[in-house]
Design a protein around this ligand. Structure first.
Ligand code: PEP
Length: 253
């Protein structure tokens, strides 16, 4: 499975700096084995997609509405993202779940909209620190997956990102053993029942304080098929170093 290294720029970047960052990532992408993706703010998707045309770096959105169009002031639909040049969309990020009250059911509806528009959804799941300390991390993530993923998610090539909420932007990460255990549990859930063969092909990204210094160790864990990178994706050299670490990982499935 080819690893996917995705950069979530969040609410960062005016036009000049966003374009400079995208071009710097593209300039260093040659020879990187991993697939590269940048997810700029919605205002920059079209310009970044244009700047990256003909390069191996794909563009994605950070959210989409569950409807194709309509009276939803301020929202962006999946077909609009695709029209602007996006191929992926991050959904259910913990910041959206926390700041916009997004539920699993809404994330599921958005994932269906993304798939219908030809976008690859990257659905984020992850436990809070209190839930991990209470020993509830795996059941919490299992419930989020069950509620957030549409039925045909695996068959249609959807991506899952495991992002423990307490690791995002904090510089803290779970132990490698804990990452491997969670990714194994997610894989088991994806391959249960009739989803089997397609579930085995779903890329499961790890996200939460991935940096050049810890990327190789995290990305070499079983069932870690890439990374969703926040802060470090705003520095082209750091993002590319993480991508290089993915390419250098031992034999993958
Ligand atoms: C994220 O927000 O998706 C993320 C992983 O952020 P960071 O890498 O900054 O922890």
């Amino acid at each position: 499975m080819r690893p996917l290294i995705a950069g979530n720029w969040k609410m960062h970047g005016l036009r000049a700096e966003g374009l400079a960052l995208a071009r710097a990532v593209a300039a260093g992408a040659g020879g990187v084995a991993a697939e590269l993706l940048v997810c700029p703010p919605a205002t920059l998707i079209a310009a970044v997609a244009e700047a990256l045309a003909g390069t191996p770096v794909a563009v994605g959105g950070q959210d989409c509405h569950e409807r194709e169009k309509g009276p939803h002031t301020g929202d962006v639909s999946a077909p609009m993202l695709a029209d602007a040049g996006a191929r992926y969309v991050i959904l259910g990020h913990s910041e959206r779940r926390a700041e916009h009250g997004e539920t699993d059911a809404q994330v599921r509806a958005k994932a269906m909209a993304a798939l219908a528009a030809g976008l690859t959804p990257i659905v984020c799941v992850g436990e809070s620190e209190a839930q991990r300390l209470a020993g509830e991390a795996e059941p919490v993530v299992a419930r989020q997956l069950a509620g957030s993923l549409p039925e045909d998610f695996a068959v249609q090539g959807g991506v899952v990102a495991y992002e423990p909420v307490w690791a995002i932007g904090t510089g803290r990460t779970p132990t490698e053993t804990d990452i491997a255990a969670m990714h194994g549990a997610i894989r088991a859930q994806l391959t249960r029942g009739t989803g089997g063969p397609a579930g085995a092909r779903v890329r499961i990204l790890y996200g939460g304080s991935v940096k050049p210094g810890n990327a190789a160790a995290i990305l070499s864990q079983p069932d870690v098929d890439g990374a969703l990178v926040g802060g470090a994706s705003l520095v082209a050299a750091d993002f590319l170093a993480i991508a290089a670490a993915a390419g250098a990982s031992p034999a993958r499935r």
